[in-house]
Write a protein that binds this ligand. Structure first.
Ligand SMILES: Nc1nc2c(c(=O)[nH]1)N[C@H]1C(S)=C(S)[C@@H](COP(=O)(O)OP(=O)(O)OC[C@H]3O[C@@H](n4cnc5c(N)ncnc54)[C@H](O)[C@@H]3O)O[C@H]1N2
Ligand code: MOO
Length: 398
């Protein structure tokens, strides 16, 4: 349902290559030229006709030089050689390179020490790609190698999806920003920093709306400020449950939210909500730090990827592992247990151990976790050695 709100990328912009890393292409990118554009030497040595080198000791007349960026413009004939360097155009009439280690030479002549064969050390024109070929496809999230390829294809800038703006609103009378002096009943707000980093990692632009107290009027004003700022997505943190001070849903509805769902069969993250407020997507994450971060990984990241035009935003973030310990049967909520990983020396599947403490307030446990162990709703008890699925936290993607 969340991804259904992001069927199309948000729009296109051209960015210079230097700003392309991590951006998602909106179109196929075709080669604007052929690479290499001409036959090129792959080695330092001599351009020759291979047939002239079959007899060790054969002597060839040295008639000129071809360097990278400055070709030899004449024709090479039988019995002749041209001094050549890596990256230089192979002269017309030559069909092979004799590397200099296999020759003796002076200013006028070359003596063959080892024969070469036709085509040896010659990179043919178009070896890498030809003009008009598709080098990169729409939906690609640009990595370093792809940026280099785009440059080689002679593109100074690339068409990419506009970055989604994700407004992040922390709620709660008890919250103060890090580094302040919390009052006697207050705690330090932490969730926004994780959610903002997840947004960035997924390719969006986080917009921190700060902390708003549990006050209907203030909440409605903050929600409206997200719309005014042009947010594509609003993430609220906290106030999602059923308590008297959980006003976020009421404020969202007052501001015009069309609620799509509230509460899911998941632990952590049960009181999650989602809907549309005009054309702004809203994800209401629970306030417990672990709940908001796990919800961010499983729901917000795919949404941001979809808005960037990723053709597979719903890819499965889980991978196989082996349970290191027994696990008891699960209840009706899909569970994401914080766990540690060990990697067997034989290169087999990682071994996952569920942490004893699983309270959704415990950030130190989450930060020390290598994975989330996924337990399906109503999963039967499991034994050490059983296969399981994990979401790795020690590396992307998440
Ligand atoms: N009677 C019921 N009570 C609760 C239920 C329920 O089903 N029935 N669900 C529980 C579950 S599960 C969760 S999760 C929490 C989530 O509730 P809220 O989204 O309303 O979250 P808050 O009450 O605002 O906060 C929960 C907890 O997290 C702290 N918090 C909030 N925001 C932040 C932040 N930005 N940074 C750090 N910590 C934050 C807050 O102080 C609370 O301790 O509801 C259960 N209750
Ligand atoms: O399901 Mo709530 O998110 O754990 O504590």
């Amino acid at each position: 349902m969340v991804l259904a709100t992001a069927k199309e990328p948000l729009g296109e912009e051209l960015v210079p290559l230097s700003a392309g890393f991590g951006r998602t292409l909106t179109r196929d990118v075709l080669a604007r030229r052929t690479q290499p554009p001409f036959d090129v030497s792959a080695m330092d040595g001599f351009a020759v006709r291979a047939a002239d080198t079959t007899d060790p000791g054969a002597q060839l007349a040295l008639i000129g030089q071809s360097a990278a960026g400055a070709r030899f413009s004449g024709d090479l004939k039988s019995g002749q050689a041209v001094r050549i360097f890596t990256g230089a155009p192979v002269p017309a009439g030559a069909d092979a390179i004799l590397i200099q280690e296999n020759a003796r030479f002076d200013a006028a002549s070359v003596t063959v020490l080892e024969p070469t064969i036709a085509g040896r050390h010659v990179r043919r024109a178009g070896l890498d790609f030809a003009e008009g070929e598709v080098g990169l496809t729409a939906g690609t999230r640009l990595n370093p190698t792809e940026l280099a390829l785009a440059a080689a294809m002679n593109h100074p800038e690339l068409p990419v999806a506009r970055k989604p703006i994700v407004a992040i609103l922390a709620t709660g009378d008890e919250l103060v920003a890090p580094g302040r002096d919390p009052g006697p009943d207050q705690i330090v707000a932490s969730n926004s920093f994780a959610v903002a980093a997840l947004v960035k990692a997924a390719g969006g632009t986080p917009l921190d709306l700060g902390i708003v107290a549990d006050d209907l009027g203030l909440l409605v004003a903050a929600i409206q400020s997200a719309r005014a700022a042009g947010a594509d997505v609003l993430v609220t943190l906290g106030g999602a449950s059923v308590g008297d001070h959980d006003l976020v849903q009421k404020a969202l509805v007052t501001a015009g939210l069309q609620l799509a769902f509230w509460k899911i069969a998941m632990r952590p993250g049960k009181p999650m909500m989602h809907g549309m407020l005009g054309d702004m997507r809203v994800l209401g994450l629970p306030g417990n730090p672990v709940s908001s971060i796990v919800g961010g990984i499983l729901f917000l990241r795919p949404l941001v990827r979809a808005l960037c035009g990723d053709p597979h935003p719903d890819f499965d973030p889980t991978e196989p592992a082996e349970l290191a310990d027994d696990l008891s049967a699960n209840d009706a909520r899909e569970d994401y247990l914080r766990g540690t990983l060990r990697f067997p020396a034989d290169g087999g599947l990682p071994l996952a151990t569920a942490n004893r403490a699983q309270d959704s307030s415990m950030l130190r446990v989450l930060a020390g976790a290598g994975c989330l162990i996924v337990r399906r709703p109503l999963a039967a008890a499991a034994k050490a050695g059983d296969l399981c699925r994990i979401v790795r936290l020690d590396r992307f993607p998440f």
